[in-house]
Design a binder for this molecule. Structure first.
Ligand code: 13P
Length: 254
């Protein structure tokens, strides 16, 4: 019913030769053995997208994502990349609101609402990241914190538009730390996110939205995490930089 998705966020990693070789390894492996993911998404740095778009399109079930984009369509914004530019290359997804963008580039819920709109205006799909810092988890306020992120960035969207979104729940304390959320913690938050979506948009729409888990997801824990009823896959950082690990995760659905 919902797409089962495994997405690799390369962040600012891999030189060009390494990028080519990683994609070639992924395609080679997919040509020999499929996965039980519906979609496998690669999110390399911007400058690799144009060239990789040519090869990725040849592999069924493999898609490209950007890691960010600007909220305006064009203009005097030195160093930025717009959603129409991504669309023209054949990119299909854009990660928005990653905690690293929120922290190091001061992205707010309000700014992200405009980026989400800019991306949807091009018929691209946002992979909208949410998730709480450790201090919020320790005071057990994570549901309210994430609900506020969703409310302020997404809930002005129409029902038709929200259905185009993929949500990634990434608890900040689990990102790059080796400390993953337990399968129970992940499922609990995903169920809470889906219930907020249902409150806002109704049961059917909420049931159709894929919610991915991110944060130290690896071949050894993906199976257990993905078994959660509301966990529809993963947004993978470190483990997406190795083809064998990434594809092992993409084969971790029951
Ligand atoms: P890690 O898988 O390296 O913890 O990173 C998760 C992440 O930030 C994906 O966007």
């Amino acid at each position: 019913m919902r797409d089962r998705i495994v997405a690799g966020n390369w962040k600012m990693n891999k030189d060009w030769d390494q990028a080519l070789s990683l994609v070639a390894d992924i395609q080679q492996s997919l040509s020999q053995e499929t996965t039980n993911s519906d979609k496998i998404i690669l999110a390399p740095p911007f400058i690799y997208l144009a060239e990789l778009a040519k090869t990725v399109a040849q592999t069924q079930g493999l898609f490209l994502s950007a890691q960010n984009c600007h909220q305006e369509e064009a203009g005097a914004y030195t160093g930025e990349v717009s959603a129409p530019m991504l669309k023209a290359l054949g990119v299909e997804y854009v990660i928005l609101g990653h905690s690293e963008r929120r922290e190091y580039f001061s992205e707010t819920n309000e700014l992200l609402a405009s980026k989400v709109e800019a991306v949807l205006n091009q018929n691209l799909k946002p992979i909208f990241c949410c998730g709480e810092p450790l201090s919020v988890r320790e005071s057990n306020m994570q549901e309210a914190y994430v609900n506020q992120q969703l409310t302020e960035s997404l809930f002005k969207l129409s029902a038709e538009r929200i259905s185009e979104i993929v949500i990634a729940y990434e608890p900040i304390w689990a990102i790059g730390t080796g400390r993953t959320a337990s399968a129970e913690q992940a499922q609990e938050m995903h169920a809470s996110i889906r219930s907020h979506l249902a409150d806002q948009y109704g049961h059917d729409i909420a049931q159709g939205i894929s919610i991915l888990y991110g944060g130290s997801c690896k071949p050894s824990n993906a199976n257990e995490i993905f078994a959660g009823a509301d966990v529809d896959g993963g947004l993978i950082g470190g483990a997406s930089l190795n083809a064998a690990d990434f594809l092992a995760i993409a084969r971790s659905f029951e």
